[in-house]
Ligand binder design. Structure first.
Ligand SMILES: Nc1ncnc2c1ncn2[C@@H]1O[C@H](COP(=O)(O)OP(=O)(O)OP(=O)(O)O)[C@@H](O)[C@H]1O
Length: 257
């Protein structure tokens, strides 16, 4: 069984089927990219994997916990960087990371040390005692990345990890994600950035209309990365699934062929 195991997952909102018989598994050591057009069901899936949303059917296991039955246990053991979320405006990064450490029962000295390590790594030392409301979007994203990793979880879920980051920090974060997964952890990244997925992911699942339409390993057996374009595969599979929200993809794909 994978550290993330999804079988027959199903979620509807009224008449809309957001997740439709989704199946996949992620193993330790993988940096798994979850790719799909707008409305494909990625956020709904992540929310069910992290105990924030109840499925209508199917089973989900994360580190052998059941996030639908014991969401707090799952959330204690994983890191989560949700889509477009900011740290609380009325706290500073130091206060917020202390709070995160408290919630996770971590030693306060250790959290203080880790806060310094992460502030140095991502370059927000000078902002540690500034209210989040006075930080830029990118500086807030650095704090959100820190809270997802600070307790060294075995599994991390990240929605658009590089949003708002400058190119230098993007490179650092990409390298960190690769090395973190390689350290016998699993990193699950939802992104629209196909180039980044192709660069850092060891495997991707392409989602369309609420299900995985294809999976691809991005490393050959010899460990070399493959030559075929992930963008081409994405366009072909998403169009093949007849996705409602992607009417212009054919034109983009035709131009590139
Ligand atoms: N709370 C909700 N109520 C009703 N419909 C919803 C709700 N949340 C999502 N949906 C619908 O479910 C479908 C899947 O949405 P979801 O947010 O999971 O997609 P996504 O792949 O994360 O999209 P994006 O890439 O645009 O963030 C969409 O059609 C969306 O409109």
């Amino acid at each position: 069984m994978g550290v993330i195991q999804v079988d027959g997952l199903w979620k509807t909102y009224g008449d809309i089927t957001a997740v439709n018989q989704m199946n996949f598994a992620v193993e330790r050591g993988e940096l798994y990219g979850f790719l799909g057009p707008n409305g494909a069901g990625k956020t709904s899936t992540i929310r069910m994997l992290t105990g924030q949303l109840q499925p209508d059917a199917g089973t989900v296991r994360v580190l052998e916990t059941d996030p639908t039955a014991t969401p707090l246990e799952t959330r204690r053991r994983v890191g989560i960087l949700p889509e477009q979320q900011s740290p609380p405006s009325f706290l500073t990064p130091r206060e917020y990371l202390e709070f995160v450490g408290d919630v996770r029962d971590l030693d306060s000295e250790w959290i203080a040390e880790q806060t310094a390590v992460w502030a140095d790594r991502l370059g927000f030392e000078s902002k540690l005692d500034t209210l989040h409301t006075d930080l830029s979007r990118g500086q807030q994203q650095k704090v959100m990345i820190t809270q997802a990793f600070i307790h060294e979880p075995d599994v991390v879920f990240i929605d658009e990890p590089l949003a708002n980051l400058d190119p230098l920090v993007q490179e650092q974060v990409k390298r960190y994600l690769v090395s973190y997964a390689a350290g016998d952890n699993a990193v699950f990244v939802s992104t629209h950035n196909i180039d980044v997925a192709e660069e850092i992911c060891s495997r991707v699942g392409i989602v369309a209309d609420g299900r995985i339409v294809t999976e691809r390993s991005l490393q050959s057996d010899s460990g070399e990365r493959r030559d075929e374009s992930l963008l081409e595969l994405f366009l072909e599979r998403v169009e093949g699934a007849g996705v409602r929200d992607a009417p212009s993809l054919g034109r983009i794909g035709d131009r590139e062929r």
